[in-house]
Each structure stands twice: as C-alpha cells, then as structure tokens.
Design a protein around this ligand. Structure first.
Ligand code: NAD
Length: 490
C-alpha cells in the first residue's frame, strides 16, 4: 500500500482551506482486504455544515457571474488533473473500498466521463433554454436557465470516486456552489479529488466537503440556505432525504437501493450470458446498485443455469484487489459481512437450496479481510426474504418461470426497480421486456445496465425519489431554474 496517498486524520475542505471538524469524534477507516489502518474520519456535525454552506453561499454571487465557458475551463483543468493522477485514484479506491484495480477503473473513469460531459456546459445550457420571437405583435420571449445557489451532494460507500462526480461537475458548471458529504466508510477518494480541485484554483467556496455521517446529512436536510440535494444510498435513507427536502422546500433527487432481476431465455448465447451474470452479480463483491441479484431462468433455461452457474462461480478468484488474477475483493466491513451471511441463513431457513456457499472461503494471506466467496441459491421463490430484500453482497438467487409472461410478472411485482436485464437472441422478446419492465435502466444481453455520462442515471418506483435523474442533460434541469422574459421594445 502506498501510505502517502492517505491522510491520517481526514479534514473538511471549506472555503478553500482544510479544517478540522467541529466534532472531535473520529472513527478509524481500515482497508477491508488487509485490515490495515488507513486513517480516521470525523463523524461531523451540523456546525461543520453551517460553515461549509456559509462559504458556498458567499462564493455563489461571483461564481454565477462568470461565463459558462469560464466555469467550464476549470473542468477542463480538472479533467487533466484526474488523468494525471488516474493510477493513484485507482489505488486509493481499491485500498479503501476493496474492489479490484480493474473495477476501480470503472469507478474513476466514470467520474472523468462526467467531468468531460460537463465541459460542454455552454452549449448544453444554451440548448436547455428556448426563444420565440413575435409571441404577440412586437413582443419576443426567451426562457433561460439560471443557477439556484448552494447544492449538497450525499454519497454511498460503493463507488467512492464516481458517485459525487455524477453531480459536482454539472452543479458547478451551471453556476452553483456545492457541499459534498462523502460516505464515512470511504472518505479518501474524495479527499484526493478535492486536493486536485484545490490545485486547479477554483475561487474559494465553490466546492466544499464535509465528512461525517447521519448528523451531517440531517444538518444538510434542515439547512435553510441549501437550494437542493443530490443523494445516493439505500432506499430508507433516500426516502427520508426526499421527505425532509419536501418539508424544508428543497429540490431533491434521491437515488435509492436496488434488487435487480435478470431474465434468461433459452435462446440466449449461453457462454456470454453466464459470463455476464457472474460478472454482474459478483463484481465489486455484489456491492453495485446495478448488480443482478436474482436471475430468472425461463422454461428450459432454468436447468441450464442450474448446471452452468456453479462451475462459473468456482472460477471467481477472491482476494486483495491489487493482486494479479484476483477478480473479486472483500465486502466493505465485518458488520456488512455478517449481514450478508445472515441472508444465507434466512434463505436456507425459508427453503431455498444453497448450492454454493461462500461462507467457508478463506484468503490465507489476508486473514483480517472481510472476504466472502460467491454464493448461489436455487429454487428461490418471489416471497422469500432473499428474493425481496437487497442483500448487497456476492449472493445470486436463481428462480424459475414457465414463460416470459410469468417472468415479467415476478419482476414487476417487486417494489424496487433500479436496473434489469434480459438475455435472449429473440428481438421481439427483448423489445417487449424493455418496454414493459419497470426498471429505469434496462440491459439486453448486458449484465450491468449502466447509462453513460450523457444519459440519465437512476431507477424507478422505490429505487428513486424525485423527477430528474443523475448525469448529463437532466442535471442541467435539476441544477437550474427557468426564467422567462417577455420583451417589447417601443
Ligand atoms: P446508506 O443509505 O447507508 O448511506 C448513504 C449516505 O447516507 C451516506 O453518506 C451515509 O452517511 C448517510 N446515511 C446513512 N444512514 C443515514 C441515516 N439514518 N440518516 C441520514 N443519513 C444517513 O447507503 P450505503 O450503505 O453507503 O450504500 C449502499 C446503498 O446505496 C445500497 O442500497 C445501494 O443500492 C445504494 N446505491 C444506489 C445507487 C443508485 O444509483 N440508485 C448507486 C449506488 C448505491
């Protein structure tokens, strides 16, 4: 591990300076693969939020006055910094989260992607407005989009580098100022990214970062000077964020949890489908909001999956994500490992068959790591806890349906609808699935249906609270409000 990439005691970044939290309570952060101490993170407080919002509020008037092009130039500089420090960012991501270096590439790269899209803000903002001359005799009308003030960004632990960057580049490029609250479980990627933000010379207060947990989130939700909140995390917290933002009159986009279903028809390309299902369910040790966690084998496809999956799962190599050949890292913490393991017990108790049990796996070189091997349940029914609740670990549930109608009924009955995939070579079945399924991110022969930075990212039903999704053009709408002028010259 490159110790130099970590700071011993994480500080907040407020008004262009690094400062200690007002709350002296710090908790240690360990590498989940090796158990090594990486540093400590403050638990934070509403006072930290007050200081950061005051700095962001003070910076807003001058920042909104800059041209969109001048603001975009900072993002061009940031993009260069991120490229220069790309390998470091991968290393930090793997060390603090546990995902493999290969998986960290996806995490860091998507952050860069969003910066690149936001670099086009002059044109994007121009296209988000509208003009019509002669709306009445001698009168023209224009609708422009204007920034609103201070936005807060609250992130989960599973993509330490990327998730805040689904929001930050768009929020500042449209002329707002921001306060970011990273996950307290993985603070270091954002610390490094804020060091890079510091180096590009943004005016103080345009970007701020407050570390901590629940008290910081609640401080944000109750703050009167915050115009809106972008949140990503579990559904119960997303719902709480959405409700409080409604009560305190803030804009909100709250992306919640997932229980993603894949449907496999027996006309699929079997080798590719199985590889996709394994990568999707086990990648990042199952801690992806786009992970397929239930796969429905339609008709004869069920038996084929039952036969092929154990063999494919046996090839997953679990270990420390910096080591060559490792394809799956640990889960984030001992507590989370226990939680995932408790679902294995529940599944067995409710009558599913645990044909691959990852609990016995040991990674000899790293006895303090929170490792679990892949697990596979067959004979899963929709009413079982393992089919209803988000497990967020390397556990795959296999279910059977007699036809596509039944598969669709099962998928649509679930209250969460983040992502879903179908594997088939039949265009008509694929089309029908894409149109009828409730999930808002749909893959055809793709296991991880991840929209690129220029397409909206976010789910539906209980997986998303709000209207406008993350990424791209929808962010411009979220971070700005329209002003319509009706103009007559005598
Ligand atoms: P989490 O909900 O526990 O935490 C998310 C954020 O909320 C963190 O910053 C945390 O400090 C804060 N928080 C936690 N509990 C809180 C509470 N009671 N009150 C106020 N704030 C609180 O989520 P997590 O465990 O960090 O991340 C995993 C979850 O995020 C999974 O459910 C996953 O599906 C979801 N997720 C969703 C998406 C998406 O695009 N929909 C993307 C990534 C992760």
């Amino acid at each position: 591990m490159n110790k130099k990439l970590f700071v011993e005691r994480v500080q907040n970044y407020i008004g262009g300076t690094w400062r200690d939290s007002a709350n002296p309570e710090h908790v240690p952060v360990h590498n989940p693969a090796t158990g090594e101490l990486l540093g400590s993170v403050p638990m934070g407080s509403a006072r930290d939020v007050d200081a950061a919002v005051a700095a962001a509020k003070a910076a807003f008037p001058a920042w909104r006055e800059l041209t969109a092009q001048a603001r975009a130039r900072y993002l061009f500089a940031l993009r260069e910094k991120m490229e220069q420090h790309y390998d470091e960012l991968l290393e930090i991501c793997t060390e603090e989260h546990g995902k493999t270096l290969e998986e960290s590439k996806g995490d860091v790269r998507r952050g860069v992607d969003n910066v690149e899209v936001a670099c086009g803000m002059p044109t994007l903002m121009m296209n988000a407005g509208s003009v019509l001359d002669q709306i009445a005799s001698g009168i023209d009308s224009t609708a422009i989009r204007q920034p609103m003030g201070v936005f807060a960004i609250i992130a989960p632990y599973n993509f330490p580098s990327m998730v805040p960057f689904w929001f930050l580049p768009y929020a500042i490029a449209t002329g707002n100022t921001v306060v970011v609250k990273p996950s307290e479980q993985v603070p270091f990627s954002q610390v490094r990214l804020f060091q890079l933000l510091d180096e590009i010379g943004l005016p103080p207060g345009v970007v701020n970062m407050v570390h901590g947990a629940r008290d910081v989130v609640n401080g944000i939700l109750e703050h009167q000077d915050i115009a809106g909140v972008s949140f990503v995390g579990s559904s119960p917290v997303a719902e709480h964020v959405y409700a409080r933002c409604g009560a305190t009159q803030k804009r909100v986009q709250a992306l919640g949890g997932a229980k993603n279903f894949g449907v496999v028809l027996d006309d699929c390309d079997w080798d590719k489908t199985v590889a996709n299902v394994v990568d999707s369910s086990m990648g990042c040790a199952g801690q992806r909001c786009l992970a397929l966690s239930v796969v429905i084998g339609v008709g004869k496809a069920y038996a084929e999956l039952e036969r092929r999956l154990p063999e494919a799962l046996a090839k997953v190599k679990v270990g420390y994500g910096v080591e060559p050949g490792v394809t799956m890292g640990p889960v984030i913490s001992a507590r989370h490992k226990e939680r995932v393991a408790s679902y294995l017990e529940k599944g067995v108790a409710e009558g599913a068959k645990l044909v691959v049990d990852g609990r016995s796996l040991r990674v000899g070189a790293h006895p303090r790591g929170h490792f679990l091997g892949p697990s596979l349940f067959t004979g899963v029914r929709p009413e079982m806890t393992i089919a209803r609740e988000e497990i967020f670990g390397p556990v795959l549930c296999l279910m059977q349906a007699k036809d596509l109608d039944e598969a669709l009924r099962i998928v649509k009955a679930h209250p969460l609808a983040n992502a879903s995939s179908i594997f088939t070579s039949h265009g008509g079945h694929a089309r029908r699935y894409c149109r009828d399924v409730d999930a808002a991110m749909v893959g055809v022969n793709i296991g991880v249906a991840a929209p690129m930075a220029y397409f909206g990212f976010g789910g539906a039903k209980g997986s998303f609270f709000g209207d406008l999704k993350a990424h791209g053009r929808e962010q411009i709408q979220f971070y700005t409000q329209t002003k319509t002028s009706i103009v007559r010259w005598w």
